[in-house]
Ligand binder design. Structure first.
Ligand SMILES: *[C@@H]1O[C@H](CO)[C@@H](O)[C@H](O)[C@H]1NC(C)=O
Ligand SMILES: *[C@@H]1O[C@H](CO)[C@@H](O)[C@H](O)[C@H]1NC(C)=O
Ligand SMILES: *[C@@H]1O[C@H](CO)[C@@H](O)[C@H](O)[C@H]1NC(C)=O
Ligand SMILES: *[C@@H]1O[C@H](CO)[C@@H](O)[C@H](O)[C@H]1NC(C)=O
Ligand SMILES: *[C@@H]1O[C@H](CO)[C@@H](O)[C@H](O)[C@H]1NC(C)=O
Ligand SMILES: *[C@@H]1O[C@H](CO)[C@@H](O)[C@H](O)[C@H]1NC(C)=O
Length: 338
């Protein structure tokens, strides 16, 4: 009985019509091509060989001890034009400083760059042609993270952390999904640098725009200054804010930063507030630890332009005070650095 039943079952496939078998064959071919095309994408942009290479280099670097959980976050770039020489076994971490204009990111970057092992290459996506589409962005990211990008801040051979400064309006908001994918695949560290006080940022934006037009410092526009005298000249200008629009603008700014904080939540990230660093430089140690860098004292020659009470920096202080009274933004008027 059993044998007969088996025989019946065995025979069934042979009775499949030829047409059906052709359809199955065709379907499996199509799905094969589909799977292949999916696998191709990371190979072009994300170098799935990254991890393999990292493991290979680690095997040939017996003195480099890395915890296995760190392996996805380290790289051993092989730059096109030079060899990393005695630092070939020093792992490199990739980072991006994500910020907005007039949030102290220039100052923050000079502080980071004063570390002998950090190469932060400035606002490389300031140039529009570098961010016309996501492929153009990937292309630049690959160059920077492979230590093939040259700027005054490149340390090259002995860099242990390489990155740049990226403003939200430089293609980052627009292509955030594609960028998040890249960050995830290549283990890029996101360093958010924001200001807690959006009103102070607004004043700085207006003052900087005014400076661009009038150039009080001997006819040159300066976004950053290096002496108290220059800072004093620039701080003399007191912008006037549109009190009608103020609350709405502040709300928009808050929402924008809140949204940005969501972009890279699947990557390693840290949030740093400008005010916290101004108040206590040791806050920077957290950033060095985040990038697993040796502790160093960080320095910058930049001088803060606007200091002191906020209301003294605004032309129409009374209007602004009235507009914010009783709103959630009233705290901005009185929160100082010290
Ligand atoms: C790197 O090498 C390429 C090709 O060999 C060359 O075109 C480029 O100018 C070099 N870059 C630097 C900074 O030397
Ligand atoms: C992206 O822009 C470049 C020009 O910078 C162009 O050559 C390329 O074809 C574009 N890629 C896509 C996918 O649109
Ligand atoms: C930092 O740079 C110095 C010299 O440039 C080098 O000796 C050292 O190994 C580097 N440290 C790391 C962690 O790469
Ligand atoms: C303008 O330049 C002169 C000469 O270089 C210098 O002495 C002066 O301090 C400068 N003024 C400002 C406002 O920077
Ligand atoms: C202030 O903003 C309001 C609303 O956007 C606008 O109607 C008004 O013209 C602005 N006032 C000034 C002085 O720019
Ligand atoms: C700065 O912060 C560090 C640790 O974060 C703390 O130990 C130190 O006391 C702080 N210094 C001041 C002046 O608040």
């Amino acid at each position: 009985m059993i044998l007969v039943q088996d025989k019946v079952v065995m025979e069934k496939p042979r009775k499949f019509p030829l047409l059906l078998r052709m359809v199955v064959l065709l379907l499996s071919m199509v799905s094969g091509v589909y799977i292949f095309s999916i696998c191709m994408e990371p190979m072009t942009y994300f170098r799935s060989s990254d991890l393999l290479r990292t493991r290979m280099v680690l095997n040939s670097c017996p003195n480099t001890k890395i915890h296995s959980s760190e392996i996805p976050y380290i790289h051993f770039p092989s730059p096109r034009n030079y060899s990393r020489q005695e630092c070939a076994c020093n792992p490199v971490r990739l980072f991006a400083i994500i910020s907005m204009q007039r949030s102290g990111s220039g100052w923050f970057e000079t502080l980071l760059n004063s570390h002998e092992n950090v190469s932060s290459n400035g606002e490389i996506f300031g140039a529009r042609d570098r961010r016309v589409n996501i492929s153009a962005i990937y292309n630049i990211l690959d160059q920077v993270y492979n230590l093939d990008w040259y700027s005054s801040s490149s340390k090259n051979e002995c860099s242990a952390a390489v990155g740049f400064k990226w403003m939200l309006n430089q293609g980052l908001t627009e292509y955030h999904e594609g960028i998040a994918k890249y960050f995830r695949k290549r283990g890029v560290h996101a360093i958010y640098l924001f200001r807690r006080n959006h009103l102070r940022r607004m004043i700085s934006l207006l003052a900087n725009a005014y400076d661009k037009e009038t150039k009080p410092l001997n006819g040159t526009h300066k976004s950053h200054v290096y002496s108290p005298r220059e800072a004093h000249v620039l701080a003399r200008y007191k912008p006037s804010l549109n009190a009608t629009r103020l609350v709405r603008e502040l709300m928009k700014a808050e929402q924008k930063t809140a949204r940005a904080l969501e972009y890279f939540k699947s990557s390693r990230s840290i949030v740093v507030y400008y005010e916290d660093i101004v108040r206590n430089r040791t806050k920077l140690i957290e950033v060095l630890d985040f990038l697993k860098l040796p502790h160093r004292k960080l320095r910058s020659n930049q001088v803060k332009i606007h200091t002191g009470s906020l209301l003294t920096q605004i032309e129409n202080a009374a209007d602004v005070e009235r507009a914010l009274k009783g709103t959630t933004y009233e705290r901005y008027l009185h929160s100082d650095y010290q």
